[in-house]
Structure formats: C-alpha cells, structure tokens
Design a binder for this molecule. Structure first.
Ligand SMILES: [Zn+2]
Length: 198
C-alpha cells in the first residue's frame, strides 16, 4: 500500500485522502489519486494520500461486516496515526447505480441520504455513518466517480483539488457552492441538502 505524504510547516491542517476501500475500486481510485499527487500540492498544511487501501472482496461500508475486513483494520491504523483534520474517501460507482445513489428516497431504501452530483457524474456526500462513528471523525466526505471512466477524471480532480487547497471541510464545501450544507444549481434552480450525519 502506497502512502504519499506532503508535510507542511506547520503540519496542520492535515488532509487525508483514501481510495480503494473495497472491491476493485483501486483500479479507478489509484489512477485518479496518483494524478492528484503528481499535479497538486497543498499551499499550506499537509496532505496524506492513499490511492489504494485494499483490493479484495466487496463489502459495503454501510454494512457492519465491513468492520471485520482487512481494509477497515488498515483504515483505523491510518486514521489513528495521522489524526486528520479533513477526511475525503474516494469511491467509484457503476453507471447503473447512479439512480439508486442519487435517489431522493434513498433514506427510506438504504437508511442513508442520497448523494449529490457536483459536476459531470461526480457525486458527493457523507461517508458511511458506521465508519464515521468508528473512526471518530467529524465531517467526513465521500466522493464517487464513475468506475474506469477517465472522461470524468477532470471533474473529479477539480473537486479533490478544492479539498487539497482548503483549510477546512467547511471552506471546501463553500467553494463548491454549498452554503450551510445547501447548494442551489443555477441551471435547474433545484436545491440540494448536503447530507450530514450527526
Ligand atoms: Zn465504494
């Protein structure tokens, strides 16, 4: 497992980017996060980037079974070691899952709020409430880009760079257009709440 470190002086804020938390998502997240490492560096503070945490069986992070995986054990060690101020988990999704991930009724179906499309198929939300509690994180961001689709990388990289350059998650979300967790899309006039779990 490769860990890329860019340590600033002062060290904080420390941002942690994690890809490949389950299944074969590394195929996508490794390329994407290595591009991020090669092309950008935080202006202040530090960034720790893990492009591929683990490749193996797919276990949903919403399931308590995930807590028994090697991937989760690795993740706990990394989070305990670095104690990040900002946490961004990078996933990929099959295009056929788009409608269930963004379904406004997802809370009734899966027990978690829908993800919001920021740009060009790239979705944002909070990480699994189970992981958030076990890792003792405050606001933990989830980014989903379509698996294996390089045509979406540009949009995904732009969003990741916003987190890399911001000094807090709140600042990054505001840069992305979320005011108090709500974003109004100019094109459609629709508003979306960014789902947080307290
Ligand atoms: Zn995933």
């Amino acid at each position: 497992m490769k860990v890329y470190k860019s340590i600033g002086n002062p060290i904080r804020p420390l941002r942690l980017f994690i890809g490949g938390v389950h299944g074969r998502e590394c195929r996508t997240t490794k390329q994407l996060l290595e591009m991020l490492v090669k092309t950008s560096k935080p202006k202040s503070g530090s960034a720790i980037v893990v492009p591929c945490l683990y490749t193996g069986r797919y276990v949903s992070t919403l399931s308590s079974n995930y807590l028994n995986t090697k991937a989760f054990k690795r993740l706990v060690k990394i989070v305990e070691n670095f104690k990040p101020d900002m946490y961004v988990e990078v996933h990929c999704y099959k295009l056929s899952s788009y409608s269930s991930l963004t379904n406004p009724s997802r809370i009734n179906v899966k027990g978690v709020p829908p993800l919001v499309e920021v740009e060009n198929g790239v979705l944002i939300g909070s990480i699994s409430p189970l992981l958030k509690a076990k890792l003792n994180l405050e606001i933990a961001i989830l980014i989903e880009t379509p698996c294996g689709r390089k045509e979406n990388f540009k949009a995904a990289l732009e969003i990741l760079r916003v987190f890399l350059m911001s000094n807090s998650t709140q600042e990054a979300l505001e840069t992305l257009g979320f005011k108090h967790g709500v974003k109004t899309f100019k094109k459609t006039g629709k508003t979306f709440n960014l789902p947080y779990w307290i």
